[in-house]
Design a binder for this molecule. Structure first.
Ligand code: FAD
Length: 466
């Protein structure tokens, strides 16, 4: 007889392991099926290794200007092998920690490929070649995503790379074209440029970092250009022609671009095909995303889907949030659905970008009459102390009937450690707080977060410093 569980989860990335941990914490018996390593893309090929490399670039930049602080050093050089070893140590330590927590919560983790077979049945092709069937009262699908490519750019690990290959580089190219200026593309362009690679960033849309407020994206654009990144927007790439040691990227209306390496960073596609869903009744859209309602229920009762497998923002913390929604729904706790228009975004290029809620453009498009306030980090004491005053905070508020600033609709930030400062802005947006309510609260001095307080306070009509 098949082993029985309250919940069977297929896929051990952030969506799947969060469902396992949260469900186990609530007393459910859980079976988690993963054919590779628990932690998924985020821990092994995404958030953690990418941010680790960006941190090395941060250290490199800091050491390069240590003389400004009166700290004499020789000019830094990048030892990529050591950087990669450190990255792997961080990943492995977190991976072991995660395995330990899963074990501690008594989650049954099975190494194999899970295929959903209808009802509560999941067949597993075990990594050792044998097979096993498990039964769940509920099933959660969390098989995640893989990098997307574009026609004419087959990934060969030499001329054409995706994020998977960049994170395993054993030597830096001299020149690189990064295709796609979304979050991941901008992070890789920033890292590569900081460690001495000559980077061209190619984007089909008119602006980099779609989703971020235009004022914020412009600060990143200026910084990239100042650091020698050739940013080209509105380009249409048609293919590439490999030569002996370089390849020529072809674009409509301009000369081919000769580079050592192309990094294709055009998003990710859901990995629904690994789940064997044909004929099970679980509906999948034409792009491969599993269709769900607002509590992550699929078209089959008793089956939920979370994370990159569904058409919601492809972020690890969204996977966590959806896993919690699914488990609460399984427990009959009527969960509050994720409000996808107000989730936190954090992008770790230099300068960093973080935002929640409407940009000025999207608020106007949504029909709001808005009042905005912008303050620059160059007026902030802590930013001057750390020597990183590039950037701004922008708060977008709804205009009240009497023309004042009312509810905080969005906060968009760019500058030093903004990914760590977004928390209170995120709360303000999601709590639907007004600028008067937020301005009441004290910011410690001297901190980078004072700039958020100043920006909000200015909207009350009485700024302190700015
Ligand atoms: P995944 O993490 O893809 O995990 C799915 C797991 O399921 C995998 O381990 C896979 O092996 C397993 N699997 C698939 N099919 C089966 C099957 N049939 N049986 C068993 N196992 C199966 N997000 C952020 O929030 N912040 C960031 O800074 C960030 N940076 C990123 C940087 C890069 C370079 C990349 C590529 C992504 C980044 N992301 C970031 C996105 C984040 O990694 C994903 O949103 C997140 O990993 C999605 O989680 P998931 O559980 O849905 O899927």
């Amino acid at each position: 007889m098949a082993d029985q569980f309250d919940v069977v989860v297929i896929g051990g990335g952030p969506g799947g392991y969060a469902a396992a941990l949260y469900g186990a914490a609530a007393g459910l018996s859980i079976c988690l099926i993963e054919y590779d390593k628990v932690g998924g893309t985020c821990l092994h090929r995404g958030c953690i290794p990418a941010k680790e490399l960006l941190e090395s670039a941060h250290v490199f930049r800091t050491v390069a200007r240590a003389g400004d602080f009166g700290v004499e050093t020789t000019s830094p050089t990048m030892q990529l092998a050591t950087t990669m070893e450190r990255k792997q140590r961080v990943v492995d330590a977190l991976w072991k920690g995660l395995e330990g927590v899963l074990k501690g919560r008594k989650v049954t983790t099975i190494a194999g490929t899970g295929r959903y077979r209808g009802g509560g049945t999941v067949e597993i092709e075990l990594n050792d070649g044998s097979s096993q069937t498990v039964e769940g009262r509920s099933v959660i699908l969390a098989s995640g995503s893989v990098p997307r490519t574009i026609p004419g750019f087959d990934v060969d690990g030499r001329f054409v790379l995706t994020s998977d290959e960049v994170l395993e580089l054993d030597a830096l190219p001299r020149t690189a074209a990064v295709i796609g200026a979304g979050a991941i593309g901008c992070e890789f362009a920033s890292f590569l440029a900081d460690v001495g690679v000559q980077v061209t960033l190619l984007e089909g849309l008119p602006k980099i970092l779609p989703g971020a407020d235009a004022d914020v994206a412009n600060v990143v654009l200026r910084s990239f250009k100042k650091r020698g990144i050739d940013v080209r927007t509105g380009v249409r790439i048609t293919g590439h022609e490999p030569g002996e040691s370089t390849t020529r990227v072809q674009m409509e209306g301009s000369e081919p671009l000769e580079v050592d390496t192309v990094v294709v960073s055009v998003g990710r596609r859901p990995l629904s095909e690994s789940l064997g869903l044909d004929g099970t009744g679980v509906e999948v859209d034409e792009r491969g995303f599993v269709k769900v309602d607002q509590t992550c229920r699929t078209s089959v009762p008793g089956v939920w889907a979370v994370g990159d497998l569904i058409a919601t923002p492809a972020l690890a913390h969204i996977g966590f949030a959806e896993a919690i929604v699914a488990i609460k729904d399984i427990l009959g706790e009527s969960p509050v659905p994720v409000d996808y228009g107000r989730v936190p975004w954090a992008i770790y290029c230099h300068p960093e970008v973080a935002f929640a809620g409407h940009s000025e453009e999207s608020a106007r498009e949504a029909g709001y009459d808005v009042v905005v306030s912008k303050h620059q980090y160059r007026g902030n004491g802590r930013a001057m102390i750390v020597g990183d005053p590039e950037g701004l905070v922008k708060v977008i508020a709804a205009k009240t009937d009497d023309g004042r600033a009312g509810q905080v609709l969005g906060v968009h930030m760019v500058g030093p450690w903004v990914t760590e400062q977004l928390g209170q802005a995120y709360l303000a947006v999601n709590w639907e707080a007004t600028v008067d309510e937020v301005a009441h609260y004290i910011q410690p001095h001297p901190t980078l977060s004072e700039l958020f307080g100043e920006t909000v306070m200015a909207l009350t009509g009485r700024a302190l410093h700015g």
